[in-house]
Design a protein around this ligand. Structure first.
Ligand code: BF8
Ligand code: SF4
Length: 609
């Protein structure tokens, strides 16, 4: 590819990561650029300033930076949630013709849980639930209503520490205020605000996004599909849907199956229309419609390089700007669809709930019309099987059927030691780590030691490419976990959805506490989380809400600000005193697995099991 750019060539992210050395400032050391007396780089030892021009110390700067990153991550998840709720409200009002209330049973359950009344008419019920959800964003005082979903012990602890979020937007704004120059200057106080903000993401925005999408598009059940670039079809019009908001992709998937589209595709010499997902949009439509996955975050540009993608649709989050330059070398049309995000060089076709059907049709036509413009096509052949569709409902079902299913059975298997514990492996793929390869090493070690693994986001897709998301993977599990998986017919690594669906893991952990036998708080459970190849601020928000909920989390790649010993002492130890959980840092996936296993065994000992 010869395209002018900063390097004179268009190269994918993996090569760019080799060309660009990571900035030595800001990673381990405390670097502050929140005011124009700086930027200030400060350090606790060795050469360099001990404090910034304003007198800020390294631990304060590190905590301030982390708090800002958490606020950005929370804003991303929660603004996505807002978008979904607004569409949900439009459906309830009857002004979004491309959508319907698909899982009405879940809607009734939600309404009952939230005290939203018992109206017979699903549209009325949806209006009530939508109103309550929208209220969670702008609440100024009091407690986030959804915090009540946490086990009572946890809620008490949050109340004691002043950590129950008020409104989602309020916590994000307050985090930005407190981290402005000259406001909150005590590291632990800042970290608590980071936690309150993250809890507004985990128990607020993310729970809302997951619940509403389940009602709109269906609650996932186990289905089989395939992952990797080999899912692109040489003889079909290929459309890749990339980003995070599954609203337009849902309509697109439905319309693409229409006979009219197949006929139109045949008229230009293609066998039909093939849709494949990328990143978290992939996880969404995979979970609900078994739509195959082109791949995870790091492969977005490579999908275009196959020469077989007629159209790539992108909305928000984790969309590389480099896509535009790569697409310009091929016939691929890159289209942005969110009012919030544009890319120079991409066409913009805006999504709106009222016109989604027409927009989806227009985009399908554009993709089909682009098929004859193909040049050389080179699709790598590999595509790996996976089973997906696990959430609190489907796992309950797998544990004994719709009516008899109970998390008690999972707890009993943990108590009797067949399963040692549960690990959530989440987050991104990062060329500064192993570009997705850490996950296989880490997860194989966990599974071999009888740890049930729950995966989401790009971590899930990396595990799927590694062949870990099929029941047959139980062959490599330890004897106890293997027996349980074989009896239930489930893989040892359960795909729980997109990053926002980490809320499903929270809900499952809450179910485990409710089922009894493993303590009374989330911090008692033999459970840990990790993000071995994180890259996005959202991963830090997720980690912090798990920790604030009592579940310790391991981070790979690097830990921002960890060169400040005072800050490191807080995040790696001090938080345990308040939350019953803390961060740990380990870039080596084998060593990370060992730390998770040790943590699980420690929790088991404390429970006396
Ligand atoms: O929200 S795992 S690279 S796609 S941030 Fe992004 Fe990371 Fe993938 Fe989804 Ni999550
Ligand atoms: Fe430097 Fe303080 Fe300004 Fe930060 S807030 S840039 S440490 S002077």
């Amino acid at each position: 590819m010869d395209k002018p750019g900063t390097t004179g060539r268009v190269i994918p992210a993996l090569d760019r990561a080799r060309e660009i050395k990571p900035c030595p400032l800001g990673a381990g050391e405390s670097c502050c650029r929140v005011c124009a007396m700086g930027p200030c780089r400060v350090t606790e030892s060795g050469k360099g300033a001990r404090v910034g021009v304003c007198g800020a110390t390294p631990d304060t700067i590190a905590a301030r930076n982390l708090c800002r990153m958490i606020a950005a991550g929370t804003a991303a998840h929660s603004d996505h949630a807002r978008e979904v709720v607004q569409t949900f409200c439009a459906v309830a009002r009857g002004t979004a013709p491309g959508f319907e209330l698909c899982d009405r049973e879940k809607l009734s359950r939600l309404a009952a849980q939230l005290g939203c009344g018992k109206a017979e008419d699903p549209a009325v019920l949806a209006r009530e639930v939508g109103k309550l959800f929208l209220g969670e964003f702008g609440r100024q005082e009091g407690e986030l209503a959804l915090a009540a979903l946490a086990p009572p012990r946890r809620l008490e602890r949050w109340r004691r520490l002043g950590l129950v979020p008020r409104g989602i937007d309020r916590e994000v704004v307050e985090s930005l205020h407190r981290t402005h120059m000259g406001v909150d200057q005590e590291a632990l106080h800042l970290l608590h605000q980071g936690t309150r903000t993250a809890l507004a993401d985990g128990w607020g925005g993310s729970v809302i996004a997951t619940a509403v999408r389940d009602v709109l598009f269906g609650t996932p059940r186990p289905v089989r599909s395939r992952v990797d670039l080999g899912v692109l079809k040489p003889d079909c019009v290929n459309i890749v849907v990339h980003g995070h908001e599954p609203l337009l992709p849902e309509v697109l998937v439905r319309l693409a199956a229409d006979g009219e589209m197949t006929a139109r595709a045949r008229a230009v010499g293609a066998a039909g229309v093939n849709i494949a997902g990328m990143c978290c949009t992939a996880n969404e439509i995979l979970m609900r419609h078994d739509v195959p996955v082109a791949s995870h975050f790091l492969q977005q540009e490579l999908a275009i390089i196959t020469g077989a993608v007629e159209l790539m649709l992108v909305d928000v989050q984790c969309v590389m700007q480099g896509l535009a330059a790569v697409a310009a070398c091929y016939h691929t049309r890159l289209v942005t669809t969110s009012e919030k995000a544009r890319i120079k060089g991409a066409r913009h076709v805006e999504f709106s709930p009222a016109t989604a059907l027409d927009t989806a049709r227009e985009l399908l036509y554009a993709a089909i019309d682009n098929f004859p413009n193909r040049r050389r096509v080179d699709i790598p052949p590999q595509a790996v099987e996976l089973v997906t569709g696990f959430g609190q409902e489907s796992i309950r079902h797998a544990l004994g059927g719709r009516f008899r299913g109970s998390y008690r059975m999972l707890n009993e298997n943990i108590i009797n030691g067949w399963i040692r514990g549960v690990a959530g492996v989440v987050g991104c793929t990062n060329p500064r780590a192993a570009s997705g390869a850490s996950h296989g090493v880490l997860v194989r070690e966990l599974v071999a030691n009888d740890v049930l693994v729950l995966v989401t986001g790009c971590a899930a897709l990396a595990c799927a490419r590694d062949g870990l998301l099929v029941p047959e993977a139980a062959d490599s599990a330890g004897p106890g976990l293997r027996e349980v998986c074989e009896a239930l017919g489930i893989p040892p690594v359960l795909h729980c959805g997109s990053c926002v669906d980490n809320s499903r893991i929270l809900m499952m952990a809450a179910e485990m506490v409710r089922a009894g036998g493993l303590g009374e708080d989330l911090s008692d459970l033999p459970v840990a989380g990790c993000a071995p190849e994180w890259m996005s601020e959202k991963a830090l928000a997720v980690g912090q809400y798990f920790i604030g909920s009592g579940i310790s989390v391991g981070l790979g790649v690097y830990f921002p600000g960890a060169d400040s010993k005072e800050f490191a002492a807080q995040v790696f130890e001090g938080l345990t005193q308040d939350y019953g959980a803390a961060w740990f840092f380990e870039p080596d996936p084998q060593a990370l697995a060992r730390k998770i296993l040790a943590h699980i065994e420690e929790k088991r000992r404390a429970l006396g099991i």
